[in-house]
Design a binder for this molecule. Structure first.
Ligand code: ADP
Length: 162
């Protein structure tokens, strides 16, 4: 049984994240989407809100669960039994950090293997921080995030949309 974890902040979840979730759920027997509880001061959504948004989006995928975790990813992996870390790679700018963190995780927990999925071309420019920035100025975010979350993202950004 292959058990993978896709960790991230997901603040907010985007179509890019969803694409990685769908593709990795088709590769691994079980996938945990792990929301990092990093007590980021200027986060848009609380960790519980992000978990519930992700649960809503993945409820039709029987092999996907959503959870949050504190502290080191490898400690959460030891607890949950996941041995594969899924990460998405967009541009080369992602690579240096991802390589370093993957190697560190492997040193800390030799059973941990990181697997990279290359971004879907359609979403290669997309990140949660771009969504937050666009929403803060009232930009159109409908191409970036699932429709049911658009209004909540504007509300959190203190933007009034008609
Ligand atoms: P952000 O979207 O702000 O980069 P996350 O920490 O939530 O932040 O990202 C979690 C994981 O999802 C990372 O591996 C990141 O590379 C990947 N990811 C994010 N956006 C995309 C995208 N558009 N396409 C592919 N992978 C992505």
């Amino acid at each position: 049984m292959s058990k993978a974890i896709y960790p991230g902040s997901f603040d907010p979840v985007t179509f890019g994240h969803l694409d990685i979730i769908t593709r990795s759920a088709a590769i691994f027997d079980e996938l945990i989407v792990g929301v990092l509880n990093n007590s980021e001061k200027n986060a848009l959504f609380s960790v519980d809100e992000r978990v519930s948004m992700l649960k809503e989006l993945t409820k039709e995928n029987p092999n996907v669960t959503v959870d949050s975790f504190d502290g080191l990813l490898v400690d959460y992996m030891k607890k949950s039994g996941a041995t594969i870390i899924v990460r998405g790679l967009r541009a080369v700018t992602d690579f240096e950090y991802e390589l370093q963190i993957a190697q560190t995780n492997h040193v800390e927990y030799p059973k941990a293997e990181t697997v990279f999925l290359t971004t879907n071309l359609k979403y290669s420019y997309l990140s949660s921080s771009i969504v937050r920035e666009f929403a803060a100025y009232g930009g159109d975010i409908t191409k970036f995030v699932p429709p049911q979350f658009v209004d909540r993202i504007y509300e959190k950004s203190n933007i009034k949309k008609q």
